[in-house]
Design a protein around this ligand. Structure first.
Ligand code: NDP
Length: 286
């Protein structure tokens, strides 16, 4: 093939965006495979998304990631959606196929891959899911599609929690129930997987952990956290002290970036390299 100086463009639209590390991770993966792709990290404020998507089309960009506050609004500008994106009503990655924009949600798939990589199969399992925001919705939908039999949603805001429960009951095979969260919550005894999908713990220096009766965590449980910038969060420490197997959010983030890489390039992503780059970005030890 003749040499081309034209790079394929991908990136992320969001606000705030300055601390989003995905560009460094994707660029390292492109370089490792010798692909002429560029990942641009773009501040797109609320109200500017329609213009940004037009720009994406005009620049013939190969695709884009969406983050806060655009994951829901972007749906109206797309031509088609994956099943997961349709179900959870949120898109974090878009692929441009000759002007046709297709949206998917790889947050939940990245989470699921991190479970499978740790030897955990959610099929037939009872999952207790803390949170009902964007990450929780994506995780809940993907766990249900992977065959989880029961999902207990624990969320402070009742309306948000019940909305997720209804979505799961209406659209998937899983049985979903809502558990109110006012004061320290007890983890149901027959829980197999306890998943923190709240933003509690995102600021490690504040030393926060979800408000739970930690003695209700049993050794047979697998306990997972979406928090990626503290691989040993207070929540996971408490769980490990009770003998539970723990999985942090770094794998979810790396796997999600790897899935996006594959959607754009059609090539397998160098996942361990991507995880290593993330660790470096967050100044984490191996
Ligand atoms: P949202 O703002 O959509 O949802 C936040 C959720 O956290 C809500 O359910 C909210 O409950 C709950 N919450 C916040 N504070 C508390 C508290 N003090 N006690 C109990 N519940 C609380 O955020 P997202 O769902 O988009 O993101 C959640 C987290 O997931 C973030 O930390 C984000 O960084 C992380 N994430 C990680 C990814 C990864 O790859 N590892 C990918 C995507 C996200 P309520 O409804 O009651 O307000």
């Amino acid at each position: 093939m003749e040499k081309s100086y034209r790079a394929e463009l991908v990136g992320v639209f969001g606000d705030p965006i300055d601390e989003n590390p995905t560009g460094v991770v994707e660029e390292a993966a492109f370089a490792a495979l010798g692909l002429n792709y560029r990942y641009i990290t773009v501040r797109v404020q609320r109200g500017e998304l329609a213009a940004a998507v037009q720009g994406l089309r005009a620049f013939h960009m190969r695709g884009i990631n969406l983050t806060i506050p655009h994951k829901v609004e972007v749906l109206q500008y797309l031509d088609s959606l994956s099943e997961a994106a349709q179900l959870c009503g949120a898109v974090n990655v878009v692929v441009n196929e000759d002007g046709q924009l297709w949206g998917d949600n790889t947050d939940g798939k990245g989470y699921l891959k991190s479970l499978v990589d740790a030897g955990v199969d959610p099929a037939g399992k009872h999952v207790t899911l803390l949170g009902a925001g964007g990450a929780a919705r994506a995780i809940g939908v993907e766990l249900a599609l992977a065959g989880a039999s029961k999902i207990t949603v624990v969320n402070r805001d009742r309306a948000r929690g019940e909305e997720l429960v209804q979505l799961l009951n209406d659209k998937t095979q899983a049985e979903a129930v809502y558990l109110p969260w006012d004061g320290a919550a007890a983890v149901p005894e027959d829980t197999d997987i306890l998943s923190n999908a709240t933003s509690v713990g995102l600021y490690p220096h504040v030393e926060q952990k979800p408000d739970l009766q930690y003695d209700t965590i049993r050794p047979h449980m697998v306990v997972t956290d979406v928090i990626f910038n503290d691989p040993n969060s207070r929540f996971l420490q408490e769980a490990a002290q009770r003998g539970a197997k723990t999985i942090n959010g770094l794998g979810m983030l790396a796997n999600q970036a790897a899935l996006n890489f594959r959607l754009w390039t059609g090539r397998e992503a160098p996942v361990s390299l991507m995880e290593e780059v993330l660790r470096r970005e967050f100044h984490l030890a191996e």
